[in-house]
Design a protein around this ligand. Structure first.
Ligand code: CUA
Length: 371
């Protein structure tokens, strides 16, 4: 019996250490590579949230230590000692104690509610002014579609460019409503979150939601869908690239550069593979189902930002997307072109074409030189 208790204890200690190690390892990546850190805000809105979180955290620590410490102290102090034979003093409540442990927490919560509600209203206030950038974000399974509403009408995916030091107003929505033949069931709840720039906001199909972002400095800020939305939820990432307002304007200008539709269609042998049935190559035209591919070679990542934009990643994606990202029974997703008879060589050719499909001077890809 004693042996069993010992073994159990040892197992419990080992388990506790293992769990703590795994849990704490999540806190390890605090370096510059961790771009999803709400405790390291990079803009005014995220700062406001941290300003609220930090004092409340310490209030909770003090109360937690007091309650747990008090419980342990009382349990030890008043426990029955060996050989002692006494009944505890019988009481019927203590009015002073009971009233105070009701009122004190209520007062603490009431005090904490004041800055909380103020922050909620503050963050819900829509930014106004001529500088504000308006972007409509459509949450898809499993990627983000962006439409720039301020005249340029650019359509792009996953990678959001914004000016630094300027408020950005986001209208978040689900995919267009299901109707008739174009009906597909991808209307699920997502949540848009760029921890360094603001809190998260759920995106519920059939509704529109508001969220604002602002970055103090130019830089890249990574985000992630924060609401479980199916198989590739973990691969529904995004990147915000903040630039100086002048650089942002230049980017916006460049992205509106139109390309002849037939050049693009020929570039991917559209007759055979029918890419244009899901993707648009016109900079301001929304993709029917898949991401808009205008100037796609300018982006740093693709496929819900699961992959960095590299030659190998791209051709493998073109060739057999379902093997690169779980898409399950989703009705309309990037199909396996292996199954449609595409050769690796052809997939590589299409990747090379897409990588040079840029509004800037494309990078040089040695693999694309020979062909
Ligand atoms: Cu979209 Cu999780």
């Amino acid at each position: 019996m004693l042996d069993r208790t010992h073994r159990f204890r040892r197992a419990a200690i080992v388990a506790a250490v293992a769990i703590a190690t795994v849990a704490l390892s999540g806190c390890g990546d605090t370096g510059p590579k961790n771009k999803q850190n709400a405790l390291r805000p990079k803009g005014p809105y995220a700062n406001k949230i941290l300003d609220l979180t930090q004092p409340f955290f310490w209030v909770a620590v003090i109360i937690g230590v007091g309650v747990v410490g008090g419980t342990i102290y009382i349990a030890l102090r008043f426990r029955v000692k060996p050989g002692e034979d006494r009944a505890p003093k019988q009481v019927h409540g203590n009015t002073v104690l009971e009233v105070s442990w009701t009122i004190v927490p209520a007062v603490i919560l009431a005090i904490m509610a004041v800055p909380t509600i103020a922050t909620i209203f503050d963050l819900a206030k829509k930014p106004a002014g001529p500088n504000v950038v308006h972007i409509t974000v459509t949450a898809r399974q499993w990627w983000w579609e962006y439409h720039y509403d301020d005249g340029s009408n650019i359509e792009t995916a996953n990678e959001m460019h914004i000016p630094a030091g300027v408020p950005v107003s986001l209208t978040l929505q689900g995919p267009p409503k299901c109707s008739g033949d174009g009906c597909y069931a991808n209307g699920v709840i997502h949540s848009f979150w760029v921890p360094e720039l603001n809190g998260k906001k759920d995106v519920v199909p059939g509704r529109t939601h508001f969220l604002k972002l602002q970055a103090d400095e130019p830089g890249t800020y990574d985000g992630q869908c924060a609401e479980y939305c199916g198989l590739a939820h973990a691969d529904m990432r995004l990147r915000v690239i903040a630039e100086t307002p002048a650089d942002f304007k230049a980017w916006e200008q460049r992205q509106t550069t139109a390309r002849a539709e037939d050049v693009l269609k020929n570039g991917v042998n559209d007759k055979q593979w029918n890419c244009s049935s899901c993707h648009s190559f016109a900079p301001t035209k929304p993709g029917a189902v898949g991401p808009n591919l205008a100037h796609v070679g300018d982006r740093q990542g693709f496929a819900g930002f699961k992959y960095e934009m590299t030659y190998d990643n791209l051709w493998q994606w073109v060739w057999n997307a379902p093997s690169r990202k779980p898409m399950g029974k989703l009705e309309q997703h990037m199909p396996s072109f292996v199954d449609k008879g595409m050769s690796q060589e052809e997939a590589k050719k299409i990747a090379c074409f897409l990588l040079t499909e840029t509004a800037t001077t494309p990078k040089t890809y040695p693999e694309c030189q020979s062909s």
